[in-house]
Design a binder for this molecule. Structure first.
Ligand code: ADP
Ligand code: MG
Length: 700
């Protein structure tokens, strides 16, 4: 059955075409866009070969007009009987017929010369989606070509490619076909490997995807589960996994300072001085990190754990080990608030044990900054805490041995590299922390070159946060509840929505601030406001006031999303929760339930809810497990959203879909190891094909 499968293939979305318009448009394309390939991000022949169709049209069969079906795309061979311009809305109407019946073609956009091309008697091949009109079938903006009835039909399904404005499908098809002809598509992977992973050869796979024979199961192609698709995804993941394994091997040749356990037993003393006992899982993670630190190869480890699982103390214990061995330690966090909080906590823990702590942030008085820089450079400060300021050129360390990056997904590869470069003669050990739990597949796909330590579970004494969802229409009731709780001495966050334009986001926060101050009446002074535009000093002041309980209700934009730790706060309200992602809401909710008290999270949403937004809020209400939610989020949104766009590696995966191709990631990982060991030449050829000169993106 001839079909145009997807809405994008509706005639209106195609270029309105006069006979032979395909070629004319292609010429225009070439003039208009000097290089359509550049516009589509396609540079090499290989890029073109991998520019894979979104869906397909079946033009291999003709349908008699009498056999057309409403809404089912078809190709018709017919002759022009009449063509006229007119109608209420000015349009070109062309009536065509074949032996079985007649059909009206309607064009709302057309050029005057078209009427000549639609001369009576012209034989046309017409592709479009028929609609039943008043007087039989009609097609709006079909694509037409002059063609005699005996002109051959395509033998293959017609590919429809992702495109950009002004680049026609005909032109794209020609460009892809030319690239495929020029390319050497011979197999570069050994038979043995293909057999083991049940994969078809690459050349035929690509040819099939670009021009499938008519009997191919379209559903499999379009769902990207066809073996040919599996091969493409596998190849992509294989290249990526090999690059990561190579990066890991390269790193193994780098030198770091081995840090034997010192005599000072600083870590031991820190552990004893803590107001709590680390959990078994925290201890296990610490032990893994310490084992890395004792070796002369740089550590490259991700410490992950759900929000509130207690990563900071693990970082502190690792730092204590490095300090004890005579090295400096740097800790970088993405925001002033978070860096400030680490500073306070680490200073509180480590200063009494004789460790000097320096503090670097963006907006800092020159004299203060100079003093802190001097302490880092002289080694007087064993621990240097800060924001991006830590990686600036002016920052020198006497002997940096360990670099810790909190909320690592907020930083780019380049920034991590800059931090590593601060080590001088040898590489510092690198510990990355993430509170966005990364599902196993994703971690493997993206961080195949990382070691991962995971804090399982939560410190004892946490009570689960009760999550409830409210329609914005019940805002007053929610405000009343918050005021009541505040009056009873509880502390709460009120998070305002994320809005595209920074200014209105601010205004929303300010409005909520005024509203809540009003609601609290004589206790208006208990309400604080925190947003990204406040000067750093003011932000710190507000956070301090909230942490000390002088403020009881903190109205904030999402600046508090990451890492903020005020155990006394037990109530969290999120406005317009439908605008947040699942992981983000989980992070926000993680700000409460940190102390002993029963905690609550109230999610306000504005109706109507989209299906995904509803699924998100439900998932959140039903689960408190960050890993489970991250998996769910991965399904709902895809990895790009989950990790933030700056995460390296994601852009590199164009075809594989980590939410659905988990099994392929494992195949690819095993195949990568095998290939590098047993067929290094094939491995090189494969990498060259897939990554060209771009292998370095994985170096960090
Ligand atoms: P996250 O993993 O989200 O960074 P934090 O390191 O901020 O979490 O820890 C959350 C809270 O739990 C902090 O107040 C911290 O002091 C506390 N905490 C961490 N470990 C334990 C533990 N083993 N027992 C009790 N409280 C702990
Ligand atoms: Mg944290």
């Amino acid at each position: 059955m001839p079909t145009a499968r997807k809405p994008a293939a509706k005639p209106a979305a195609r270029s309105a075409a006069a006979p032979d318009a395909g070629r004319a448009t292609a010429r225009a394309d070439r003039k208009r866009a000097t290089d359509p390939g550049e516009r589509l991000g396609l540079h090499s022949d290989w890029d073109w070969a991998l520019h894979l169709p979104l869906h397909y049209l079946d033009e291999t069969r003709l349908t008699p007009i009498a056999a057309l079906r409403d809404g089912v795309g078809a190709v018709v061979q017919a002759c022009v009987r009449r063509a006229e311009v007119g109608g209420g809305r000015r349009q070109l109407r062309v009536v065509v017929d074949d032996d079985s019946g007649s059909l009206e073609l309607r064009f709302f956009h057309f050029y005057p010369n078209w009427s000549r091309q639609y001369a009576v008697g012209k034989a046309l091949r017409i592709r479009g989606e028929p609609r039943r009109g008043l007087y039989g079938f009609e097609m709006v903006h079909p694509s037409c070509r002059v063609a005699t009835p005996d002109a051959p039909l395509p033998q293959r399904l017609t590919a429809v490619y992702p495109s950009a404005a002004g680049i026609s499908q005909d032109w794209l098809r020609a460009a892809v076909a030319a690239a495929l002809r020029r390319l050497d598509l011979s197999e570069c992977l050994p038979d043995e490997l293909l057999r083991r992973h049940a994969l078809p050869p690459i050349g035929p796979s690509l040819r099939l995807l670009h021009a499938p024979p008519p009997d191919t199961v379209l559903a499999e192609l379009e769902a990207r589960t066809h073996p040919a698709w599996r091969r493409i995804k596998f190849d992509e993941l294989l290249a990526q996994q090999m690059a990561q394994q190579l990066a890991r091997a390269r790193r193994a040749t780098l030198r770091a300072w081995a840090m034997p356990t010192g005599d000072g037993q600083l870590a031991q003393r820190l552990r004893q001085a803590l107001p709590f006992t680390p959990t078994a899982s925290q201890d296990a993670c610490t032990a893994e990190i310490v084992a890395d630190l004792q070796r002369a190869q740089p550590m490259h480890r991700l410490l992950q754990g759900d929000v509130g699982s207690g990563k900071t103390v693990v970082a502190a214990l690792a730092a204590a080990h490095a300090l004890d061995a005579g090295f400096q330690c740097a800790l970088m966090a993405p925001t002033d608030i978070l860096a400030g909080q680490h500073l306070r906590k680490l200073a509180e823990w480590l200063q009494p044990l004789g460790v000097g702590v320096a503090w670097l942030r963006g907006a800092q008085k020159p004299r203060e900054r100079a003093a802190e820089l001097a302490r880092a450079a002289s080694g007087e400060a064993g621990l240097v805490v800060g924001t991006h300021a830590v990686i600036q050129d002016s920052v020198r360390f006497a002997r940096l041995g360990l670099a810790i990056v909190d909320e690592q997904h907020r930083f780019g590869v380049a920034q991590r590299l800059q931090l590593r470069a601060k080590g001088g003669e040898r590489e510092p050990h690198l510990l990355m922390m993430s509170a966005t739990p990364i599902p196993r597949t994703l971690a493997m796909a993206l961080f195949g070159d990382l070691d991962v330590s995971t804090i399982a579970g939560m410190p004892p004494g946490r009570t689960p946060v009760r999550t409830r969802v409210f329609d914005e229409a019940r805002r007053d009731a929610v405000i009343a509840r918050v005021s009541e709780q505040i009056a009873e001495g509880r502390q709460a966050y009120w998070v305002c929505p994320l809005i595209e334009e920074g200014d209105s986001e601010l205004r929303a926060a300010e409005a909520a601030y005024a509203e809540l101050q009003g609601a609290l009446g004589e206790h208006a002074a208990w309400v604080g406001l925190l947003h990204g535009r406040l000067p750093a000093a003011r932000k710190a002041e507000v956070m301090d006031d909230f942490a000390a309980g002088r403020l009881r209700l903190l109205v904030a934009t999402t600046v508090i999303e990451v890492g903020v730790d005020v155990p006394a706060a037990t109530l969290m309200v999120v406005e317009h929760a439908e605008r947040f992602g699942l992981s983000q809401l989980h992070q926000l909710r993680g700000r409460v339930g940190r102390g002993g008290g029963a905690s609550e999270c109230l999610l306000l949403f504005a109706a109507p809810l989209s299906a995904t937004a509803r699924a998100r809020l439900q998932a959140l209400r039903d689960s408190a497990d960050g890993f489970e939610l991250a998996n769910r989020d991965l399904e709902l949104r895809g990895p790009g959203e989950l990790l933030g766009r700056r995460q390296s590696g994601l852009q590199a995966l164009r075809h594989a879909d980590l939410a659905h191709d988990a099994d392929l990631v494992e195949h690819a990982r095993d195949a990568a190891a095998w290939l590098l060991q047993h067929a290094p030449q094939a491995a090189r050829a494969h990498l060259e094909r897939w990554l060209g000169g771009g292998v370095d993106w994985l170096a960090a």
